[in-house]
Every structure is written in C-alpha cells, then in structure tokens.
Design a protein around this ligand. Structure first.
Ligand code: PGA
Length: 255
C-alpha cells in the first residue's frame, strides 16, 4: 500500500489472557511476523503478562505496550503503575484515554493530558484514544466531541513531542460491536484530527503523525480502511486475541 506514513497496527488485548495464554499467542506472532518490516506492530497485554511477554518479544519486530498508566512518579496510589514501571518491563508504547477507561473509570481529557505528558517524559510513546458515542454521532456532535478530546488531551505538547504520539480514532459505537465505521466515515474524522494536530503544531508536523482507526477492525476490512489517505493503521481489540486473525490482518495491508 502506498502510504505517506508507515502503517502502525497495535493489538489491545483488554482484560484477556493469562500469562500462559499470552505467551502462546506471542510465540506465534514472533514466528509469523518476523519478516514484517514495512508495518509497525505492537501488542498491549494486561499488566500481569507484560513482563514475560516483553522478555519473549525483546529484539523482535513486535513491540510491547501498556493499556494505561498513572502520571505520578511513585507513591501511595493503590492499583496504579507508572511510566517508569512500563519502561522497566520493556514497553515502547502505552494506550491512554481508551473509551472504556473514559466510560467506566472516570478518565477525562485532563487526566489523559497529564498521563500523555508523563509518558513522553519517560520516553514512552502514547497512543491517545478519542471517539464519539453513538448518541453524539446521531445528534451530529462527532466533530465537536472529537475536537474537544484532541485539543484538550494533547494540549501543551511541543511539536517534537506530538511526533511521538499516535492518535487512535475509535468511534465508541464501533468498538466490539461488529459495526465498523465506513472507510469514508473514518477518513472524514481522521482528516479533522489531522487539521487539529496542525492547529496544535504546524502542517508539516501534523503530516507526520500517525492516526489509527479502531472499532471492529478485522482481516477482511483492514485494507479498505487503511487505504484511506489519513488512516495510518489500526488499534485492534477482538481480532488481536487470536494469532491467525492478527497475522492475517497485517499480511492483508502489506503491499
Ligand atoms: P474492537 O476493539 O477491535 O474489539 O472493536 C477496539 C478497541 O477498543 O481498541
């Protein structure tokens, strides 16, 4: 695929996989994706599996990411992990502001912004998620909601910091529902996000930042979605839980 930016596909395993199951899955990925140098690849297992998975993937093309983190450096924050801890277990990336965290765990643009800054300070690359709910799309508020999320979640970042960020556009109504946004719906919002990134930096910087689409991406629809000019990869939930599905999707978007 002739793309302006290198595609980036990340698997978000959410609350799935024991250590043994995680190792099984990444053994297959390590074997089947070893020669894929034209797409950036990451998996984001639950915290409990990060260390063993990181050991197995060290030095391979499949990079590791956390699913969340807290912004403080250490201290009395029961249940949290920080950026340095994710780096310590060999994470390259961290997902921040996923809609499930926004919906169920009180995540706001303000907390996402603090986490993004803390991740960057620790040299972790944030994957910052945005996306509207069904009711917001149906009341024509997609643009307003996504604009608010992008501008406030990424407020105050310098251009060189923004270059380390991936934005994931995930319409909430498409997550885990089997309902994918059409390629055109995705492209419209991705183009909006790129304009907002230019507003936060400049057009040249914005042209280099990757914007992933997420929401029921699978092997059969990935190529059409990523064929859109501003869709630079995918954040994949369900279809990243089986090696065969994830590998097939990655192979399908290669040239
Ligand atoms: P899904 O999840 O691929 O299962 O829809 C995507 C996500 O929530 O990142």
């Amino acid at each position: 695929m002739d793309k302006a930016r290198k595609l980036f596909i990340a698997g978000n395993w959410k609350m799935n996989k024991t250590v043994a199951e995680a190792l099984d899955l990444v053994k297959s990925l390590k074997r089947d994706l070893a020669d894929v140098l034209d797409v950036d690849i990451a998996v984001c297992p639950p915290f409990t599996a990060l260390h063993p998975v990181g050991q197995l993937l060290d030095g391979t093309v499949v990079k590791l990411g956390g699913q969340d983190m807290y912004w403080d450096k250490f201290g009395a924050f029961t249940g949290e992990v920080n950026a340095a801890m994710l780096k310590d277990v060999l994470c390259t990336y961290v997902i921040l502001g996923h809609s499930e965290r926004r919906q169920f765990f009180g995540e706001t643009n303000e907390t996402v912004n603090k986490k993004t800054k803390a991740a960057l300070a620790a040299r972790l690359k944030p994957i910052v998620c945005v996306g509207e709910m069904l009711a917001e799309r149906e009341s024509n508020r997609t643009e307003a909601v996504v604009t608010d999320q992008v501008l406030n979640s990424l407020a105050g970042l310098k251009p060189e910091e923004l270059l380390e960020v991936t934005v994931a556009y995930e319409p909430v109504w498409a997550i885990g529902t089997g309902k994918t946004a059409t390629a055109q719906q995705a492209q419209e919002v991705h183009a909006l996000i790129r304009r907002l990134l230019a507003q936060l930096s400049d057009a040249k910087t914005a042209a280099r930042i990757r914007i992933q689409y997420g929401g029921s991406v699978k092997a059969s629809n990935a190529r059409e979605l990523m064929g859109q000019p501003d869709v630079d990869g995918a954040l994949v939930g369900g279809a990243s839980l089986q090696a065969r599905d994830f590998v097939e999707m990655i192979q399908n978007v290669r040239n």
